[in-house]
Design a binder for this molecule. Structure first.
Ligand SMILES: C[C@H](O)[C@H](O)[C@H]1CNC2=NC(N)=NC(=O)C2=N1
Length: 100
């Protein structure tokens, strides 16, 4: 099972993500971000691309889509908090959103 990030690696991994709009949730067990697109099709295209990546990683986001926004929460439920898997998926999501 993937291990929770240590305090030091967590701080290091989170810094660049916080700069792109990710935030730690209360309690620190997850990170979240709201992605906003120009329309519903772009938002749904983002979700479709990320869904394929998430399935390959066997790591799945909790997310909500309303019109052109997608609100994402990432946490490793098996570990009870943040792991390297969440960091990797967050980076991939930022990349996919930037390619849109
Ligand atoms: C058996 C399977 O690997 C696990 O249930 C995976 C699937 N996807 C997952 N996704 C997330 N976000 N957290 C998990 O703990 C998790 N566990």
């Amino acid at each position: 099972m993937t291990e929770l990030l240590s305090d030091a690696s967590r701080t290091e991994a989170l810094a660049p993500l916080l700069a792109t709009g990710w935030a730690e949730t209360e309690g620190g067990t997850a990170i979240s971000k709201r992605f906003t697109f120009v329309n519903f099709i772009e938002a749904f295209g983002f979700m479709t691309r990320v869904a394929l990546i998430a399935e390959k990683m066997d790591h799945h986001p909790e997310w909500t889509n309303v019109y052109r926004s997608v609100e994402v929460i990432l946490s490793t439920h098996d570990a009870g908090g943040l792991t390297e898997k969440d960091i990797k998926l967050a980076r991939k999501m930022d990349k996919v959103a930037a390619d849109d």
